[in-house]
Design a protein around this ligand. Structure first.
Ligand code: IPM
Ligand code: MN
Length: 380
């Protein structure tokens, strides 16, 4: 069969295992997706630490091109190291060239404007790791701006210090600090970026029968950015009168979420606060083995478990793939395959409830594959 007569798949999905247990969990997820008989072509993409060390780029140009030509991507995990440690692992011929390691997931989010980080955190019945039963939270985290903007300085250039001395009274507190001993990371947010993530949270609440959106911020201290975020939320809320809105400081919400998780429904936050509360909420529903995630833009969406690459478990097929399987469920929803998505969630929920197959984090001894197979077996 030549190229032109070959049957085209309905979906093109980039398959990006990355590092460490990213490979293990994606392998198990493939078993489940194959059982669903999705009309899809899965195309492997190079990403991760090995490409940083060998090529000086953990997200090579060829992978960016692949992502430009797919409907969605499944991503495993990536090993990240601080800038100096990363440079030391480059092949000798690339050392000293000024290459700077940047997290490929953060780059994917920014290059493809994947502005919504959607992180549902649901306590599935029968999960022995649930902090409390019936928790059902959905986090909307802004995914491209804020402290992740990359606008930062260490050391601080003299021109910048001069301008800040002129324009910012509080900067006087730092006037005697040598510029080599000063660092500045900018928290940059835009009206457009804030409005679209807040609107996405309210739209989700409306279309999913959710009652309340809680806006998380620190408007009392970080007034320019967080204050603007809260103001915009109040404006957007006008368009959704049937949805209740409340707001809370990020520190306080950490206490309240633990105390009364059932008082919360949809949560929305700027990037860094959203990152932090995501881990808190994931832990309440079973930890990182259950934290699923979608990085969603207008044209592309990348789905991933929110855990890291856990190098010490790499290749042992020991870790829990449920976070990745649930991320695949989110991918099915995004592709419009909502029936398959619902079936996959149902199958996963049944396996959790039965409690016969459990990975080590759940107190069992089943492998990553066995978990994938058990979920696949529920899909007929
Ligand atoms: C996440 C992760 C990433 C983040 C890291 C790996 C850069 O913690 O997806 O939550 O900070 O966004
Ligand atoms: Mn995180």
């Amino acid at each position: 069969m030549n190229e032109s007569t070959k049957q085209q798949s309905k979906y093109r999905i980039a398959w990006l295992p990355g590092d460490g247990i990213g490979v293990d969990v994606l392998d198990a997820t493939k078993i489940v997706l194959d059982k669903l008989i999705l009309n899809a072509e899965y195309i492997h993409g190079d990403i991760g630490w090995e490409f940083w060390c060998r090529e000086g780029d953990a997200l090579p140009e060829r992978t960016i091109e692949l992502l430009e030509n797919v409907d969605a991507a499944m991503f495993g995990a990536i090993t990240s190291k601080p800038v100096k440690a990363a440079e030391l692992e480059l092949v000798p011929e690339l050392q000293g060239n000024g290459l700077i390691y940047r997290s490929p997931i953060v780059r994917m989010r920014q290059i493809f404007d994947l502005y919504t980080c959607l992180r549902p955190c649901k306590a599935y019945a029968g999960n022995p790791l649930n902090y409390k039963e019936d928790i059902d939270l959905v986090i909307f985290r802004e995914n491209t701006e804020d402290l992740y903007s990359g606008v930062e300085f260490n050391p601080v250039p003299a021109e910048l210090a001069e301008v800040l001395t002129k324009l910012s009274k509080p900067f006087a507190a730092f006037k005697d600090v040598p510029l080599t001993e000063l660092s500045i990371s900018n928290k940059v947010i835009t009206h457009k970026g804030s409005e679209r993530i807040i609107r996405a949270a309210f739209e989700f609440a409306r279309t999913h029968g959710r009652k309340k959106v809680t806006v998380i911020h620190k408007a009392n201290v970080v007034r320019a950015t967080e204050g603007m975020f809260l103001d915009i939320a109040r404006e957007v809320h006008q368009d959704f009168p049937e949805i209740e809105m409340d707001d809370a400081n990020v520190d306080a919400i950490c206490m309240w979420l633990l105390k009364n998780p059932k008082n919360y429904d949809v949560l929305v936050a700027t990037n860094m606060f959203g990152d932090i509360i995501s881990d808190l909420a994931a832990q309440m529903v079973g930890g990182l083995g259950f934290g699923c995630s979608g990085n969603i833009g207008q044209k592309l969406a990348v789905f991933e478990p929110s855990h890291g690459s856990a190098p010490k478990y790499a290749g042992l097929y020991k870790v829990n793939p449920i976070a990745t399987v649930l991320s695949a469920k989110m991918m099915l929803d995004w592709l419009g395959e909502t029936e398959k998505g619902a079936a996959l969630e149902q199958a996963t929920a049944e396996v959790i409830k039965e409690g016969k197959v459990r990975t080590y984090d759940m107190g069992g001894s089943n492998s990553t594959f066995e978990m994938g197979e058990a979920i696949a077996a529920k899909l007929c």
